[in-house]
Structure formats: structure tokens, C-alpha cells
Design a protein around this ligand. Structure first.
Ligand SMILES: [Zn+2]
Length: 275
């Protein structure tokens, strides 16, 4: 996944997506089936907005929700942030890993092979996480950048689930290249098939509507799957300066809908463990 694309790349992607979607639609209708009664939602957050995430606790508590926080640049965690993450963990949330320096894994791999990749992006950050008392077992790909080689290194490092990025809309200079309804995005539904490579739908500002989330929640209720969504910084107004973030009132709407439809809240590492 890339955030910034040239028009031609974006157009190629759009055409590819269109083809994939048409062939997918012919092959199957609706999202995959999971386990009856297991319908749930797995919410995650990426990067390093520890204090801002911590301030969301009242809304998590209101809906009895738990989530996964994927931390990058753990070398800069201060004592206050460590204790906030500890408290989140104590309350049932999960602390995952999101890279040492948030690099493009495929480029590190191309430059230094698996050893170079591990030394630059995995080991130093994990050392900091371990020293702070965290043992992350889930991983979110920085920038959604990865390939099979990267995945195999991460799985060999004992991560049990690797999370990528799925986007339902793509704009270029204000022109909408595509808007794909989340209810048709099969990859964002966990089918409880022990899959370790998964995609989550981005819920940052302007990416998806409350109605689309309600439809996706309807899908998981009917099919016994788990909807996977993620965002970055909690925002209380429209993002400025190219920030990535979600509207806190939107998150509250997602949690309210999930709670009222009696969805189970899963952390990312719990997903592949469900039997
Ligand atoms: Zn990130």
C-alpha cells in the first residue's frame, strides 16, 4: 500500500481493481463465511499517538471495547507513555509492533536481505519493547509495504498475525478514482480460518461512512466473521497539514454500532487463535 501515487499508477491500480472486482464478483457474492455466532470486530491503531489513544479510554469503556495499538519508534517511548500502554494492556487491549523506524520493508530487504531488514527494522525496536515489558505478537506493516519475503521473516520472528492496509476510496487531486463499498471488500473480514496475513479497512477521516460501517457490521453478524478496521491519530476536527487521523465521533459511532449489534471485540492476536 502506498499513500502517495502518481496519476498513472493510481489509474493502473484502479483498472486492476476494477478487473479484480469484476472477476471476484463472478466467482463469489458477499463476504466470506466464518463461524456462526462469532461475529466480531477487531479495531487497531497505528504509529505513536500514545497519549491521544489513552484519552479514548472513556469511549472504549462505555462500549466495553478493546483494541490493538501498533507502536512504531518504540525507542522514543518515555516513562509516562510506557505506563499508559501498560494500563491499556491491563484493561484488555493489545500492544502490537509497527517497526523500529517505520521504513519500507521491501526496500530494506532489497538492500540488505533478511539480515539487514531484521537488524534495521525489527530487532532494535523489539529490544526497546521488551525492555519496557511488552512482548508484541502482532505486527502492522508500516505504510502497508511488504511482500512474501518480508512476511516470512516476520512469521519466523514469531509474530502470529500480520496486518496490512485496505482502502475503500482513492482520490487524486480531488477527483475520486474509486469508492468501493466495504461490504464487498472480502479481505477486511476475518473468517476464523487461522489466516495470519490480513487486511484492515482504514477509517481515517473521509475514508468511510457510518452507513458503510453499519452495512459491514451487518455482514459480520450474518456470516460469523470479524470486521477489521484501523486508524491513526484521534482527531476532533478535520485533519490539517496532511495528518492521518480519524474523527473521534466516528470511532464512537463504530463502537456504538458494534456494541448494539452485540459484536465481540477481538484484539488482533486473538483472531487466529479462535477455534
Ligand atoms: Zn504507520
Amino acid at each position: 500500500m502506498k499513500y502517495i501515487e502518481t496519476f498513472s499508477t493510481a489509474l493502473n491500480r484502479f483498472l486492476w481493481l476494477l478487473m479484480a472486482v469484476v472477476s471476484g464478483a463472478l466467482a463469489s457474492c458477499g463476504s466470506p463465511s466464518g463461524k456462526p455466532g462469532a461475529g466480531g470486530i477487531a479495531i487497531s491503531f497505528d504509529d505513536h499517538f500514545i497519549k491521544e489513544w489513552y484519552e479514548l479510554r472513556p469511549v472504549f469503556q462505555k462500549y466495553n471495547a478493546k483494541a490493538t495499538f501498533f507502536i512504531t519508534c518504540p525507542d522514543s517511548l518515555n516513562a509516562e507513555e510506557v505506563s499508559m500502554l501498560k494500563q491499556l494492556e491491563k484493561e484488555g487491549h493489545e500492544i502490537g509492533f509497527h517497526g523500529t523506524v517505520h521504513a519500507k520493508s521491501t526496500e530494506l530487504m532489497a538492500a540488505g536481505g533478511p539480515e539487514g531488514y531484521i537488524k534495521a527494522e525489527l530487532e532494535p525496536g523489539l529490544r526497546h519493547m521488551h525492555a519496557a515489558g511488552f512482548r508484541p505478537t502482532s505486527y502492522a506493516h508500516p505504510g502497508g509495504n511488504h511482500d512474501d519475503r518480508v512476511d516470512s521473516v516476520l512469521l519466523a520472528k514469531n509474530f502470529t498475525i500480520l496486518r496490512d492496509v485496505a482502502i475503500s476510496r482513492r482520490k487524486f487531486k480531488g477527483f475520486q478514482l474509486y469508492a468501493w463499498p466495504p461490504r464487498w471488500m472480502n479481505a477486511i473480514y476475518y473468517a476464523f480460518d487461522r489466516q495470519q496475513k490480513v487486511d484492515a479497512l482504514m477509517i481515517d477521516y473521509d475514508e468511510v461512512t457510518e452507513e458503510e460501517i453499519a452495512e459491514a457490521i451487518q455482514e459480520v453478524k450474518e456470516n460469523g466473521t470479524a470486521l477489521m478496521v484501523f486508524g491513526h491519530e484521534p482527531l476532533y476536527s478535520a485533519p490539517s497539514n496532511g495528518k492521518y487521523g480519524f474523527n473521534v465521533s466516528f470511532l464512537a459511532a463504530v463502537l456504538r454500532e458494534a456494541h448494539s449489534r452485540k459484536l465481540k471485540f477481538y484484539t488482533m492476536s486473538e483472531l487466529p487463535k479462535v477455534k
